[in-house]
Design a binder for this molecule. Structure first.
Ligand code: CTP
Ligand code: CA
Length: 225
């Protein structure tokens, strides 16, 4: 398969991809967020379009240009992302969770801007857990045979952490990135290993996010057959 003529092996398939990073508001001007650029999710969307898929991209706070040929649904928070992904997943063949979803959100949203006051210490911010969208999608497949893919950025024992996470989430594939300086956040290139519940490990050499994306689609296409 050459770059000029990608296989249309996802033709007739609906794939849902989440990308970017959620933001959890504290007040009208502040939020808790993360450094996800959305580049990996957008690369997945472009490569899936090139392979013939109908693509729904659920984009959380990304400033990247809309991928041509994809339906883009914009969201802000983890709860909004969950709603949009579950809705799109209802008739999807594949769901890929490339977004960095905040694990916690502020327990309360202040309608007015939070002010500091002389002589008073800052109020602690109470957090509550967000739902785990990937675990939810994996546990209750909207369609039989739907393929669910997760992403994980790990440090320390990357493979052991990835294996444990794959089992905990119950997804079909987990793309594990090792994070460190120059790696992953906002970078143009990435290096990863794709884990599957059968014990297989597919390494992907340091390179463009499109190459990692095409490896993911190869593994997904195998599972759709
Ligand atoms: N994810 C999700 N919903 C959440 C958190 C994460 O769907 N509330 C998805 C991410 O999109 C990603 C995968 O789960 O595909 C792994 O995210 P990660 O943050 O590594 O997993 P966690 O279970 O939150 O583990 P950790 O405590 O290491 O952050
Ligand atoms: Ca997390």
């Amino acid at each position: 398969r050459g770059p000029q003529a990608p296989a249309a092996d996802l033709a007739g398939r609906h794939v849902v991809i989440s990308a970017g990073g959620t933001r959890e508001p504290l007040d009208p001007v502040r939020f808790l967020g993360n450094r996800s650029s959305g580049k990996q999710g957008y690369a997945l969307a472009r490569t899936a379009v090139a392979r013939g898929a109908r693509v729904t991209l659920v984009a959380a706070n990304s400033e990247l240009p809309d991928p041509a040929g994809a339906d883009v649904v914009r969201v802000g928070t983890a709860l909004q992302l969950r709603e949009a992904v579950l809705k799109a997943a209802a008739d999807a063949d594949v769901v890929v969770m490339a977004a960095a979803v905040a694990d916690f959100r502020p327990a309360r949203y202040a309608e007015g801007k939070i002010k500091k006051r002389d002589g008073e210490g800052p109020e602690p911010v109470e957090l509550v857990r967000n739902p785990d969208v990937l675990a939810e999608l994996s546990a209750a497949r909207a369609r039989p045979g739907q393929v669910v893919v997760g992403f994980a950025a790990e440090t320390d024992d990357v493979l052991a952490n990835g294996r444990a996470k794959l089992a905990r989430k119950g997804c079909d594939l987990l793309v594990v990135n090792e994070v460190g300086e120059r790696k992953t956040f906002g970078a143009e290139q990435s290096e990863a290993v794709v884990l599957a519940p059968d014990g297989s490990e597919t390494p992907v050499a340091f390179g463009p996010k499109e190459v990692l994306s095409d490896t993911v689609w190869d593994l997904v296409a195998d599972r759709l057959r």
